[in-house]
Design a protein around this ligand. Sequence first.
Ligand code: BGC
Length: 755
Amino acid sequence: MKTDRLLIIFAALMLFVNCNDAPLGHSPYEKEISQRLVEMSLEEKAGQLVQLNIDKICDPNTLELMPDAMEEIFGRYKIGSILNTMGENCPDQEWMRNVMEQIQKYSIKGCGIPCIYGLDMIHGASYLAEGTLFPQEINLGATFNPEHAENMGKVLAYETRSMDVRWVFSPVMDLGRNPVWPRQWESWGEDAYLQTVMSETETRAIQGEDRDNIGMNNTAACIKHYLGYGVPVTGKDRTPAIIPDYELRERYFRPFEACIKAGALSLMVNSASINGIPTHANHKLLTEWVKEDLDWDGLIVTDWADIDNLYERDHVAADRKEAIAMGINAGVDMIMDPYKPEITEDICDLVREGIISEERLNDAVARVLRLKYRLGLFTNPTMDSDRPFVGSDEFARLAYDAAVESQVLLKNNGILPLRKDMKILVTGPNGNSMRCLNGGWSYTWQGTNNPRYVEKYNTIFEAVKAKFPSTRYAAGVSYIEDWAGQDEDASGILDAVSAARDCDVILACIGENSYCETPGNINDLTISANQRNLVKALAKTGKPIILILNEGRPRVINEIEPIADAVVDILLPGNYGGDALAALLCGDENFSGKLPFTYPKYVNSLHTYDFKVSEKREMIDGAYNYDAKMDVQWSFGDGLSYTTFRYSDLSVDKSTFRKGDSIRFSVNVTNIGPCAGKESVLLYSSDLVASMIPDVKRLRAFDKISLSPGETKTVEFTLDSADLAFAGDDGQWHLEPGEFRISIGTESAIICCIE
Ligand code: BGC
């Protein structure tokens, strides 16, 4: 009795002592978190802030966990998190569940806290051997249909749970506004609004509706890479970006803000730098904009070894210890430091020396613990993982539907659709490769070819042959299949040309082999000389050529586009992309994809659709003759169909509006062509006069509809007046009086802000 009372008094005292550092979260677990913070040693706290790579505890030859290493990592260093897969070995459910069971056993024994495991599930459960691989995000952007982002998010989380893993580094939401950047395909495209809608939808789908109690079939999302990663000046991965604050706010921050408001539980930092400051050291972006301004209680994790980059690469810290302090003090809560568990000792020293405050340490630890509580790791560190639908036909259908809606018909002189009795030559380095269809983050980091995982899926050649029995394949040009896979062998061009003489039509499947991150850096956006030569040689046969572009970014094709009768950009459509293409080519399915980025025509003329009005002008006569010419291959939003849609009767519920008003629009869309089709209806606004040079137009809303021949549908949109505001040089939002043009398809209307 006496001891009980003493214990109660002690616990009350500890809570009191702790209340200065009480966590600021909004979860139902704050009391438990406070209690744990009181009980944890400094070493235990430091361990929670560190994430290591799986190969620190797993033997690369046997793929078995190593008990001594586990003791060390969880017992001695008390590491809080593990990530990744074992290199070229994609895990299957059984292996991963066993790994999770052992990790949790050692972690709980070592520090009484379960471990959180994170995986890059980028386009479906892309790191699960039995998983369903969807098209990459860039394709889903091209569908302009959030249903696909929702399906991918749900399936991805469900299948990840079958491995007993509860944290995915997805969605990727870098705006792909520099087409040279090797990660453009990981994003939904170049537009901030499209990015916002798709990311928000996927985040909700991954996490489910209750962020405090993540469900059995959901995981935590990790939105990435915060902020401005997609626009390095040179286009090379992880190199500096220069982005004015108003642009950061208006375009780059918005999608993140929306996802955080939608409940995103964690965020990964941009590996590079903006305006001379490495993002991992940017207190304003990490702490002020996200944690303070949005009152967000989630977790910020670094990207791969990026603390090291602060001193080794960027030279903003003199040594590793300074770099660690810099990152944590800027707002980093967990350090992905793949190979150096000793970092925990540096963190302890920095706290003892007062360079990292106890308060910051406790806040970071609280954020890690909060995520673990929300994921139910304390109550159920391992869980029943049987999930009957993993890799099911039902999921395959969803991935196939997304692939169909994501392929973009950019040119058709009438040759498409093709008759099924036609003799087809499939040629080009992308014509018979699953690696090319999937791109990076597919079973392995670089998406390297592993027949074990993909043999049951159809390459373009296999899928086309299934629809068109008289189909042959001659590569012409091949990728040399090493790890990076970017070199080519052009010795087959003559064979391909002679095979072409005997066919009715040539499908020239060109583009890029798979790559990911820095290995995908290029010096020239033009498609390779070998591939251009192949197409030119084929054209000399006089047979019609259909270019099938299978690429993660728009490789410049101005030299060969004019000799093609049709062009389809299939982007990176995943395991069902070949089947989808074959069905589209013969007209069993109809095209409805639209480009989510601008396709450049020249390497020195890279644009986005939302350029400044002054970037494209007819000649203005005057003191000097100002003009600005812009010539792109295809524009954002371009994409043809086998049918035709007519827009009519745009109406607006008010022609003038004030701040705070909503404005409603409706427009009729009629299918006036011969077959059923889907249409993405896009609403753009143009601010006609503004105190900062306005963008020529901005996407503000979209909806995708299906129409039978002859059918009309009325599409309605509601805009908030705030949607028309722009971020000024002062970092504030401005909605200025004046006129705006709203356009939907061929229709447009002027509305006027009067205050
Ligand atoms: C990538 C991240 C990824 C991380 C963990 C990094 O190299 O930039 O996108 O989540 O590795 O695999």
